[in-house]
Design a protein around this ligand. Structure first.
Ligand SMILES: Nc1nc2c(ncn2[C@@H]2O[C@H](COP(=O)(O)OP(=O)(O)O)[C@@H](O)[C@H]2O)c(=O)[nH]1
Ligand SMILES: [Mg+2]
Ligand SMILES: [Zn+2]
Length: 275
């Protein structure tokens, strides 16, 4: 807990641990009210209502998420990209940015250009410094969370942005870390006038963990919204006839890769196949 320049170790008031509204925990990014004990430590008495919540890493009141992937090692897979995009859309964040790192590994200057009409794409390299100035500008205020699979270079990027951060880099050390500590704690790192949050290593997130169900999945593919007029009101855009989304895919108005990810994720959230 930080008050002014002071960092105060805090415990959570027992009552709050059972508080459904906050899910029984304080998240990175929460605004809280504390009382001080004689030993100078604090007790969190109240957690202010959250503007938004991201589940991995568990953070609240996030201004933007920088979904980070790499060109290669690990290679960018559309389904993984779209899974992260769905999770970010579900959290109703103001700003979702796709950041492609390790651009030094390709000569393709417009890597992922097919997503440009949907999201802001940054192409960077923590090795060569390419694209870092633009990223730095974006991060200069508010709380920015670096999310994405492990090994794509999130910690390396943060270190390249600010050499004082000295975050642990490399899949090997991260694996050791994961084996030894079960905690996956994220922390706010001061950067310019804002804060950055790195994501400790984890692999892909299951959509069921995020309470995404069959009915609302389509809402997280934002380009679907403009295509209306499906024959069935509650069309799942999968097997139904006269589907506006399928038509749009056929006409090249929706990226086929996005639609295929949608179908894959639909299968994941509704495996019973009653549709
Ligand atoms: N070629 C290349 N490799 C990078 C770049 N950034 C990070 N790496 C490497 O990618 C690996 C994973 O980096 P790390 O920062 O630990 O990834 P994280 O798990 O997302 O935090 C390390 O071996 C880094 O040296 C980059 O811009 N280009
Ligand atoms: Mg890392
Ligand atoms: Zn439809």
């Amino acid at each position: 807990m930080k008050v002014g320049d002071e960092i105060i170790p805090c415990k959570l008031r027992g009552l709050l641990k059972r508080d459904k509204k906050i899910g029984g925990a304080v998240f990175v990014g929460d605004f809280v009210e504390i009382s001080r004990l004689k030993d100078k430590s604090g007790v969190i008495e109240n957690v202010q209502s959250r503007r938004n919540v991201l589940i991995r890493p568990a953070t609240a009141n996030v201004d933007r998420v920088i979904l980070t992937f790499s060109v290669d090692a690990p290679k960018l897979h559309p389904l993984l990209l779209n899974r992260f995009l769905v999770l970010a859309e579900k959290s109703a964040l103001d700003e979702i940015i796709i950041c492609i790192n390790k651009i030094d590994l390709t000569s393709e200057k417009n890597f992922l250009s097919e997503y440009e009409s949907l999201y802001k794409i940054l192409r960077v390299s923590s090795f060569t410094g390419e694209g870092l100035d633009e990223l730095r500008k974006i991060l200069s205020e508010g709380v920015s969370v670096f999310a994405g699979p492990s090994g794509v270079g999130k910690s390396s990027l943060l270190n390249a942005l600010d050499k004082n951060l000295k975050l642990k880099v490399g899949s090997v050390s991260e694996k050791i870390l994961r084996g030894k500590h079960t905690t996956r704690i994220a922390e706010l790192l001061e950067f310019g006038g804002g804060f950055l949050v790195d994501t400790p290593g984890f692999s892909a997130v299951d959509l069921s963990e995020a309470n995404i169900d069959k009915k609302n999945l389509k809402n997280y593919f934002k380009e679907f919204a403009e295509f209306t007029g499906c024959k069935f009101l509650n069309c799942s855009h999968s097997h139904e006839p006269d589907c506006a989304i399928k038509n749009a895919v056929e006409r090249g108005k929706i990226l086929r890769e996005r639609y295929e990810s949608y179908l894959n994720l639909l299968e994941e959230v509704a495996p019973e196949k009653f549709y």
